[in-house]
Design a protein around this ligand. Sequence first.
Ligand code: GLA
Length: 382
Amino acid sequence: MKDKIKRIFREQFLKEPLMVFAPGRINLIGDHTDYNSGFVLPAAINRGIFMALAENGTDSCKLVSLDMGEAVEVNLKNSLRPTNTGWANYIIGVMDGLRNQGLEFNGFDAVFGGNIPIGSGLSSSAALECAAVLGISRLSGNEISENDMISIAQKAEHEFAGVKCGIMDQFASIMGKEDNAMRLDCRSLRYEYLPLDLKDCGFVLLDTKVSHSLGNSQYNKRREECCEGLNTIRKKHPKASSFRELTMEMLEDSKNELTEKVYNRCSFVLEENNRVIRAGAYLRSGLGKEFGQLMYASHEGLSNLYEVSCCELDLLVESARRLKPVYGARMMGGGFGGCTLNLIANKGKEKSISQLRQSFETAFGRKPGVYEVNVIDGARII
Ligand code: GLA
């Protein structure tokens, strides 16, 4: 992939490019907790975005997406605004963020492509933002901290793609470490690496290939519902300034003032946070059945209380539950489609994968995607 993108860049722009790679991520457990001041447990994976860039001596930038077969031209003399071309907005958003931090850059050309399925919950958009922020800042000789890169990438998603995402995906793409998950406190941004012991079992993704068109607006809606819940509870319990201070008792105490939906959203967030904390402890003693049970519980909450699953994801998780070698399975990421993450014992892995495939095909008449992933380092110049 790297060589292909480099070759195409050279052919089109007759220059030697700077090459960048930024990974996508899996999230072992802890979804929809990041924007609620909670904890997450992601890891960067060996699928992501490769980008070739070089300055062009002009005031404009040519951005080329190989996978989409499209190009967009951006004039740097004008103020930067979202365009009608979805993928370009992630890069233009990053350019705008760099500018707002006073990090100037000259006109450049960029060609990018990836081996990360789009809309599958593996954070292809964060990978693109992170490749862009690392590539453009390096090209212009600007030193920029990892924290700044992460927040510029996240802001691009908020302001240019309209998704009020949390910090997890961009953090994982920049800070990933080979064979380690990261336990991130999304409030303080303190984190620790937790080694993944994958001798006896491994992670396998099953892709429903469902990409829900309402995903983004529903995502923002969930965020608002959590906010609404917190604001209501705070009237009675002023100490609950974020979900971190919120307790089950406070939530129960305010139950009558909350709609059932908002109550469910809040109780999911509290429970999921608790699961991340317990999962971190299990991880220290090795991945296995206990960890897997938390994954199943996470899925149940995401499906029933947070309502971000879909029938394809539910079927994959239900089928996984019936297979002994599958320790745990859950939908992952924003939801409404995308992948399930499955923790499967090495012994019996192939058979389990083919049984899961079969159940999906019988129910929906088409094949799911199957990806075995490795955990690797975060974004870098290659
Ligand atoms: C998306 C967002 C993340 C996070 C997950 C759900 O991937 O980008 O910030 O909220 O959904 O955990």
